[in-house]
Ligand binder design. Structure first.
Ligand code: ATP
Ligand code: LTN
Length: 336
């Protein structure tokens, strides 16, 4: 229908500034963000409030937040076309997060596997924020009446909780929140650790050989891929029990656009050495333009600040509409 301009559907996602993003974050999340940014009305956030659930130093938090913001722009997200903002710059997130805590059951939050994993990993600091992490994430999403949330598979359970909380609130009062849907890319959804390929690649892994950081040089990338754990079969094919090779095939496929069949044909009769060399080259080529743009942006802090300020203003305008509706429905005394 030529004459009716449909409003674009809305997309929101966020990433924690807990370190330089990894190839897993990039292929599983950020690249999808870029792909969606043309066709949807998008908001992307640096989830700094979430990142203090794990202890960090003030200097690291500040630097990593700036770096993550610059990285969003470096992967090609345009601050004029998308809303790029930092979560703590929009207080409505904390405000709605608190309210949603009161509409989420202790039992359902206790079932979150990320909470169980993170409390085992940081046994000396199992704080209430870690437990309430998914309700703050629900607030991030629900404030913007979001249609789709691009995430890696590890966040599916959190999104399910956000949907349940939204439905519960809508049922108790009246239609307030749009119930969001997950958007999970096919291949990059779960990039694995290079050292323990049964685990996901994670930027907070203590073993730097397990992940490729978007800041790694070509040499470092090649070395890490060369030392990736594989198996003794010596044949490049996707199969059960070949987690290491499956993972490298996934990475190669994401970077080159080739299917698994094409990759198997390309490396038929060749060893893992050849294959790893090709994977390294493909990753280096994929990351080169991102790294160059990142370096340029980090040299212009004033511009980054200006964009973050404008992003927060645009996000706040949308967020406060939902927040005031929620506050009215709950029954808070509203004056003025
Ligand atoms: P941390 O190690 O600090 O817990 P993380 O590397 O797991 O962090 P997050 O900031 O929690 O990354 O996630 C950012 C986005 O990247 C999320 O959408 C998440 O689903 C996605 N993601 C994280 N790790 C992977 C991975 N290995 N493969 C694919 N997607 C991933
Ligand atoms: N919990 C997510 C980061 C995150 C997020 C969000 C993702 C915070 N708020 C809202 C999507 C939508 C993570 O750890 N990957």
């Amino acid at each position: 229908m030529e004459n009716s301009v449909q409003p674009k559907e809305r997309v929101l996602s966020a990433i924690q500034p807990t370190g330089m993003p990894t190839l897993g974050n990039y292929l599983g999340a950020l690249k999808n963000w870029k792909n969606m940014s043309e066709d949807y009305d998008c908001l992307f956030a640096v989830a700094d409030l979430h990142s203090i659930t794990v202890r960090t130093t003030p200097a690291d938090l500040r630097r990593r937040s700036i770096e993550m913001y610059a990285m969003l722009m470096a992967i090609g997200l345009d601050p004029e076309k998308n809303i790029l903002f930092v979560q703590s710059h929009v207080p409505a997130h904390s405000q709605l997060g608190w309210i949603l805590n009161c509409y989420t059951q202790f039992g359902e939050a206790s079932r979150m596997t990320q909470f169980k994993d993170k409390s085992a990993k940081h046994a000396d600091n199992v704080n209430v924020g870690l437990f309430a992490y998914p309700t703050l994430m629900a607030a991030d999403i629900l404030l913007y009446q979001t249609d789709y949330v691009p995430i890696g598979e590890d966040q599916k359970q959190h999104l399910e909780l956000a949907r349940n909380v939204a439905e519960r609130f809508n049922g108790l009062y009246s239609e307030t929140f749009k119930v969001p849907k997950p958007f999970i890319g096919k291949v990059g959804a779960r990039i694995k650790s290079l050292q323990e390929p049964e685990k996901k690649m994670s930027k907070s892994d203590t073993n730097a050989k397990a992940f490729i950081s978007l800041a790694d040089s070509s040499d470092v990338i090649a070395k890490k891929i060369k030392s990736a754990v594989t198996d003794s079969e010596g044949c490049v094919r996707f199969a059960e029990g070949k987690d290491g090779i499956n993972n490298l095939m996934g990475i190669y496929s994401c970077c080159t656009g080739k299917t698994f069949e094409e990759i198997e044909a390309e490396f038929a009769g060749k060893g893992y050495g050849d294959f790893k060399g090709a994977v390294a080259e493909a990753v280096v080529e994929e990351l080169r333009p991102v790294q160059e743009e990142f370096a340029r942006l980090m040299g212009d802090k004033a511009y980054l600040e200006k964009c973050a300020k404008e992003g927060a203003e645009k996000a706040s305008r949308i967020a406060y509409k939902t927040l005031s509706k929620v506050m009215r429905k709950v029954g808070f005394w509203q004056v003025g």
